[in-house]
Ligand binder design. Structure first.
Ligand code: 5GP
Length: 211
């Protein structure tokens, strides 16, 4: 059977201002393959910048400070919040996550495209300020497959997995708020779909620049 790939595509959002970079927001329930998809995008589009989030959660095995996240203390996070340093922030599973305003603003102003991997709460905050952000939701093929993926990843306890499944159900209810929805059934197809969505906006921007 043909992979369903991109199942939804809205284009009723504001047009972007010529020559600033594009802000691509990717959200997905955990286990849907978002990290792998983001890495594939960064590999294939080398001038795309990745917004490394800040978090108060402890690093998982193999995660590196400054690459996967900036791992900071709760105190540090709250100080930055007080000083208006976050473009958006959220409390996810009892840990804080935030995106640096300075990074977003300086990168966009210098014409760079940015990939943001954030949740729905963060997406709404970013859309509030950066109206022409391009939002993409990654769906797992089903909740059963998601559960299997989370179990085989072996990074979370049973309790956390069941919390993530509940959260995934809630997250998936928000998928219609995203401009594009991609089903990660077969990884190679999902990568191709995602790259083709991103490249379309990049081509449109280059056309704007030439006008
Ligand atoms: P994890 O701890 O599994 O890496 O991420 C948990 C959730 O936090 C994921 O849904 C991820 O998209 C979200 N997340 C990661 N960084 C940020 C961020 O900077 N802001 C927001 N709002 N969510 C984030």
């Amino acid at each position: 059977m043909k992979d369903p790939g991109i199942i939804q595509s809205f284009s009723n959002h504001k047009e972007k201002i010529c020559c600033n970079g594009n802000l691509f927001i990717i959200s997905a329930p955990s286990g849907a393959g978002k990290t792998t998809l983001c890495r594939a995008v960064l590999d294939r589009i080398p001038d795309m910048l990745y917004s490394v989030s800040y978090t108060t959660r402890k690093p998982r095995k193999g995660e590196q400070n400054g690459i996967d996240y900036y791992f900071i203390t709760e105190n540090d996070f709250k100080n930055r919040l007080k000083n208006g340093k976050w473009a958006e922030w959220a409390d996810v599973y009892g840990n804080y996550y935030g995106t640096s305003s300075e990074f977003i603003d300086t990168s966009l102003a210098s014409g760079r495209d940015i990939l943001l991997d954030i949740d729905f709460q963060g997406t709404l905050q970013i859309l509030d300020q950066y109206h022409d952000s391009i939002t993409i939701f990654i769906m797992p093929p089903s909740l059963d497959i998601l559960k299997l993926r989370l179990q085989s990843r072996g990074t979370d306890s049973k309790h956390i997995i069941s919390r993530r499944i509940d959260a995934a159900e809630t997250d998936m209810k928000n998928k219609d708020s995203y401009r594009h929805v991609i089903i990660n059934n077969k990884l190679s197809v999902a990568v191709a779909d995602l790259i083709s969505v991103i490249k379309k906006y990049r081509t449109d921007r280059n056309a704007d620049k030439e006008r």
